[in-house]
Design a protein around this ligand. Structure first.
Ligand code: NAD
Length: 296
């Protein structure tokens, strides 16, 4: 079993660190929040007083932080200074592709092996150890990271070189954001046309309009499997996090000179939804905004 440093024990990192401890690893956990450290201790990790203390002597260093500036900050201030040259550095945060590449290049220049490994799946999947990891980095980096990621997830996929994990994540979530809005629109139109929504679901779910947003995450209460719609759009994937990912996708699209008109519109609609006070509402709750929107 390995000595693991885990930095960032929030909604996602808390459960992920707990799963590594459960698998028998010696997890030295650090977060700026005392509550998060207390929860990590209860979950079998050893809370420590600084990132440096967690990193020294660790074979594997995992970060699960809010955004690129936090990741670059922790890497620059602590990881590069204190990491064992043989350690594998794994950043599981969702951050911008440019920062992910810059951090990986800086690590390589110091002779350190680093991968970006963002996740698909929310807090429930982090707690249950059923996340999907998309890994960007060299074959050697992927091979070193994979056994640890496998203990926190159900699937670990090598997406390509450094930054490719973040690229895959934001392309997936841009597709999801646009698809969810399209699904909501279709149900609102069906409703206004007087269709029975369960009947429409029965038809569309076996027709060419079928999608994950419809059959696994239906935005209409009482239709399809149980989803956040059945819990008044609480829990699930917060609209603010969808907006974060759409903004990262738009930033990447600008750099790559890719046309993403549907992604752009989805970002605008989620931005309005969040600005109206729905940042913590599940992202499928945008159906209520469309339902209420005045036309013409
Ligand atoms: P969170 O805000 O709950 O947790 C982040 C943690 O990082 C906090 O506990 C904070 O105190 C800590 N932190 C910040 N700066 C730090 C520093 N310098 N040193 C140590 N700790 C520091 O966020 P989260 O929901 O756990 O998300 C983490 C990442 O995972 C984000 O990049 C997010 O986009 C991504 N993500 C989240 C979800 C989700 O459903 N919550 C799903 C997929 C991906």
């Amino acid at each position: 079993m390995a000595r693991v440093a885990f930095i960032g024990l929030g909604n996602m990192g808390g459960g992920m660190a707990a799963n590594l401890a459960k698998a028998g690893h010696d997890v030295r956990a650090f977060d700026l929040s005392q509550d998060a450290l207390d929860r990590a201790k209860e979950a079998g990790c050893l809370p420590v007083a600084s990132a440096a203390e967690a990193i020294k002597g660790a074979e594997t260093i995992v970060t699960m932080l809010p955004a690129g500036k936090h990741v670059e900050g922790v890497y620059t201030a602590d990881v590069f200074e204190h990491a064992d040259p043989a350690a594998i550095l794994i950043d599981c945060s969702t951050i911008d592709v440019a920062t992910a590449k810059r951090v990986a290049e800086a690590a390589a220049a110091k002779g350190l092996l680093a991968v970006d490994a963002p996740v698909s799946g929310g807090i429930a999947a982090a707690n249950a150890g059923t996340l999907t990891f998309m890994v960007g980095g060299t074959e050697a980096g992927y091979t070193r990271a994979e056994p640890f990621l496998a203990e926190m997830g159900k699937a670990v996929i090598h997406a390509g070189p450094s930054g490719a994990g973040q690229g895959a994540k934001i392309c997936n979530n841009m597709l999801l954001g646009a698809e969810m809005i399209a699904t909501c629109e279709a149900f609102v139109l069906a409703e206004k046309l007087g269709l029975d929504l369960q009947r429409f679901y029965d038809i569309a779910s076996v027709s060419s309009g079928q999608s994950w947003s419809m059959t696994s995450y239906c935005p209409v209460p009482g239709v399809g499997p149980e989803t956040p719609a059945d819990r008044d759009y609480q829990g699930g994937f917060a609209a603010a996090l969808m907006l974060k990912d759409l903004k990262l996708a738009m930033e990447a699209a600008t750099h790559a000179e890719a046309a993403t008109p549907m992604g752009k519109r989805a970002a605008e609609l989620y931005e309005s939804f969040v600005d109206e006070g729905h940042g913590t509402t599940d992202f499928s709750g945008i159906i209520n905004r469309l339902r209420a929107q005045k036309v013409g």
